[in-house]
Design a protein around this ligand. Structure first.
Ligand SMILES: [Zn+2]
Length: 71
């Protein structure tokens, strides 16, 4: 599970929407939009799925680099 992130249209900062989803589910939702309270400018922003992305919280370097030895 990850968090759906959007970019604040006012400041360009990345803000979490507070909505949890995984990439598969998110990509399958065709008509999907939301309204998120922005902690940066303290206003509500409407956004569409095409402007949003899922950020997975866990990054495992081992899965990226495989079993290659780190020298
Ligand atoms: Zn904002």
């Amino acid at each position: 599970m990850g968090m759906i992130m959007v970019k604040c249209p006012q400041t360009g900062r990345v803000i979490p929407t507070g909505i949890r989803s995984d990439r598969e589910t998110f990509l399958r939702s065709v008509v999907f939009y939301g309204n998120t309270h922005c902690p940066v400018c303290r206003a509500n922003h409407s956004w569409f799925a095409r402007e949003a992305w899922v950020e997975e919280p866990v990054v495992r370097p081992r899965e990226i680099f495989g079993d290659a030895p780190l020298c």
